[in-house]
Structure formats: C-alpha cells, structure tokens
Design a protein around this ligand. Sequence first.
Ligand code: MN
Length: 298
Amino acid sequence: MPPSVEVLDGHEAIVGRITVRRVLPRRKLRTVGAWCFADHMGPVEVTETSGLDVGPHPHTGLQTVTWLVDGAVLHRDSLGSEQLIRPGQLNLMTAGRGVVHAEEATGTYRGTLQGIQLWVAQPESDRFGDPDFKHIAKLPEVEFGQAVATVLAGNFLEVQSPAPFGKDLIGLDVILHRGTTTFPLDPSYEYAVVAMDGALEVGESTSKPGQIASLGVGRDEVAISAAETTRMILLGGVPFPEPVFMWWNFVGRNADEIGTFYRDWRDKAARFGEVNSALARIPAPPPPWEPIRTTTAH
Ligand code: MN
C-alpha cells in the first residue's frame, strides 16, 4: 500500500510588492527531497515600473529557481548578472557561501505576472562553494498520458533537464489535460504536487492552488486527475539527509551559523557582494535568538 496523500494548506505572504502563496516549508513538511521552499507568485497585474520589485537581499546554502507562467522579471545579482526571464525559461542561482540578488520590473512589460519560486537546499559538499547564476532559455518537454511535462530539474521518462542541479532531485511543470494521468515515480524519492490554477485529484485527495499535496516516499506511481486543463508542479527527490535550518533568506544547519550570516549582511561583510539595482537593500530582521544590540548615548 502506498502512503496516503496528505494535503496541507499554505499561507499568504508579501514578497516585494506582490502576494504569494507559500506552500513550502510547512510545519508538517519541511522539505521534499532537497526542495525546501515554494512560493506561488500571482497572478497579479504589473506595469513597466512596478512588478515583483524585490530589492537586493542575500542568500546562503541554497539554489533559487525562478519559473514564470506569465510575465517577465529582471534579475540582477552580485556576480554582475543582468537577465530578463520570460515564461518557459529558468533562472537558477546558486548561493553557496553567499550571493545577493534583486528581482525587478522590466521597464517594458505590463500585464499579468505569475510563477513559482523554489529553493533547493545545497548539500554539505557544496554549500560553502562559489556562487553561480545560470539562465536556461529552453527546457525539454515530454508528453505522456493526458499531460505535457517540462523537465525543470532532474530526469523524467529519459528526458534530462540541462539545468545544473545536484543529483537525486526532480522538478516538473505539467500541463494536465482533462482526464486521469498516471505519473511513474521512483519509490526511493518523496514527492509533492502544487496545483497552479485549478483543483486536482491527487490519488484519493483533492488539492487546490495555495495547497501542497504530499505523496511521501515508497510509491512507484500516482494517478492525478483534472476536470479541465490545469497546470501543476511536481517536486521530488531522495529525502534530504542533512538537518536544514532555514531563517529569512538563509539556509544553514544551526542558529549560530545563521547568526553569522545575519551579522555579515547587516555589517556589509565581504561574503555578500553588491547588486547594481535602483531598489533599496532589504535589511534582515534580527533573529529572535540574537542578543539585542543597544546603543548608549553619551
Ligand atoms: Mn531571493
């Protein structure tokens, strides 16, 4: 018997100027393989001068994955990258020991913005490595059942994503047409499904946008049904074997380490570079476990 599907509610958050539905992490689901964060952004109307508009902010120990369904975003980072991203393309930024980026309005695009931003926790072997940025302009598609999958990460039905992720990870964007499609799965992976624009029947459970359906490990397939054409994201991977301590935009292993990242950002340490952006640098809130710095007037 495969494990039962557990549907968990996400919560709304404000990122930059838009509302997102954060579906990972959840209290009962910290990671899915190495996937440790998922924000469904929009749909929201944007203008030439107002968009996602997330000012310069740091990351550590993770890869950020930006995937748009609609719209455009301008990415800038401390490596000097300046890259417009459009639907069908993937931005993959590797933070390693530290990187800074901003996500801005494009100066030309107006219309609907929608997408998903995902984070992948880096393993011990890579997490203090060099930062990196890759833009992948085209990703492979594979048709199966009533579905067309774009392979964002890993390998699915012998089709390999060109994006440089670690091993033991899969990420698919799937257009599911009306009917039931059986997805072949790897029993050594755990999986989760995020509905992007309509309700899905995932196994015996119903899952809607704003929720995440956790499939657990030990399945060799799952049947997913849609009443009409619906987009979904499938995330999966071998359960991440290391403890993940996430706070604000940092992924580490414990509070001490995160405290160091916090102070390095606050103090503009060399770990984090500069981004050429008109948007304001985003300060980190003090971690609740940091001693309060008081200044005394003399
Ligand atoms: Mn970011």
